[in-house]
Design a protein around this ligand. Structure first.
Ligand code: C5P
Length: 396
């Protein structure tokens, strides 16, 4: 391949995985030059990093010898890609705020190359509002992410925060290094995502567990493939992917209006978990509970089936229409029925009986008139990429 990576090793227990990462890079012909933070040296020795990479390891911003051999600006630019692994909470905070007080953070600020971060930290640190703010900022700045994964942690806790495995990092690097094909260049795409909320009264609503992650992953991947993307999203707490036009809505009725307003669409993907019903007798004031009154007598009415409406359009129908079918039983049969009923070209069916909501992984079947294709469990980002590749083929 003849490519090179600058690997910035942060100070976390998962730094040990970097030794294997360097080995896997070199097995694929990717040259690795490394920077270690001071904290990283508590976990891996510069000697082992140098032995595996076959290159001098850099760590000191103020080393005259290092600067004469390879200045820090040169170090950050004479590479195809920068990988930060483990991207600790501290390193990401520095990156998000543009701090440059050691060689690692200075190189990250000076680089003009794509950056891939593989976060690793304790689950609570990952979920902390400050870290999530920093991640959102970094994503908006165009930093790519791989992981974190969930599972047992070195600190004895369980959850999100394990660094992605070396093989996953290598796959992400290879995807970033391979010449980008833009199969959706010039195509106009809209994607619905997240839940809708249907008011009961001014303070209460009916909704569902959709996190919006799959829809947002689709929007991000579609932009990377060259599309002009409008993301019509219900209430979610996710950062808008770079380059995406986002339209926020609350109810199914508002989502329909936003979809209808988006004209000349090549591809429409309906990933949102739209509430099937809204409350017909919505109260104008907060419903009161008192000892005598029974539970409120809520009446429901069906929401518009947005997918069916758009899929059934005559002149203005998007060229390709994709629906999702979240099922808890008879996944394939139910999805097949939806393909026809709703006028879709493709249906992405998944079993949501086992914790897909909010997860970073998804296990789906791609259903078209040609039949069913079942994919293994993949990250939502990879599911998004594959769905869009299938759509690009249909658009050809
Ligand atoms: O009928 P069901 O809700 O299972 O269909 C799911 C598919 O239809 C998803 O693609 C969803 O985004 C879309 N949908 C919609 N409007 C609705 C209900 C579902 O666009 N009111």
């Amino acid at each position: 391949m003849g490519k090179s990576v600058l690997l910035i090793i942060g100070g976390g227990i998962s730094a040990y995985k970097c030794l294997e990462l360097i080995r896997q890079f070199s097995a694929r012909g990717i040259k690795t030059r490394c920077i270690t933070t001071k904290a990283a040296e508590q976990f891996v020795t510069p000697l082992s990093v140098a032995a595996l990479s076959g290159e001098k390891v850099f760590s000191d911003l103020f080393s005259l010898t290092d600067e004469t051999e390879m200045g820090h600006i040169e170090l950050s630019r004479s590479t195809d890609l920068v990988v930060v692994a483990p991207a600790t909470a501290d390193l990401m905070a520095k990156m998000a705020h543009g701090l440059a007080n050691d060689l690692a953070s200075t190189a990250l600020l000076a680089t003009d190359k794509p950056v891939l971060a593989a976060p690793a930290m304790n689950v609570r640190m990952w979920h902390h509002a400050a870290t999530q703010r920093n991640v959102a900022r970094l994503k908006a700045d165009g930093i790519h992410f791989v992981g974190p994964n969930d599972g047992d942690m070195a600190c004895g806790e369980f959850g999100l925060g394990r660094m992605a495995e070396p093989a996953e990092i290598v796959a992400a690097v290879e995807a970033m290094l391979s010449p980008q094909t833009k199969p959706l260049a010039g195509k106009k795409v809209f994607i619905t995502a997240g839940p809708t909320q249907e008011a009961i009264d001014p303070v209460r609503y009916i909704s569902n567990h959709s996190s919006g992650k799959q829809g947002f992953a689709l929007a991000e991947a579609a932009v990377q493939m060259g599309a002009e993307v409008t993301l019509i999203s219900g209430p979610v707490s996710l950062a808008t992917p770079m380059g995406v036009k986002r339209v926020d809505i609350t109810t199914a009725d508002e989502m329909l209006v936003a979809c209808e307003k988006t004209k000349n669409v090549d591809l429409a993907i309906f990933c949102a978990a739209v509430a099937d019903w809204k409350v017909a007798n919505q109260a104008q004031q907060k419903l009161k509970k008192n000892d005598k009154s029974a539970a409120p007598d809520l009446k429901f009415t069906a929401n518009p089936d947005i997918l069916k409406i758009i899929g059934g359009l005559k002149q203005t129908r998007p060229k390709v229409v994709v629906g999702f079918a979240a099922e808890t039983e008879n996944v394939i049969e139910n999805a097949n029925a939806k393909l026809k009923n709703k006028g879709c070209d493709l249906i992405i069916a998944n079993d949501v009986s086992n914790g897909v909501f909010g997860s970073d992984k998804n296990l789906v079947h791609l259903i078209s008139a040609k039949g069913v294709e079942t994919w293994p469990q993949l990250s939502k980002a990879e599911v998004a990429r594959r769905i869009l590749e299938a759509c690009a083929k249909l658009l050809k």
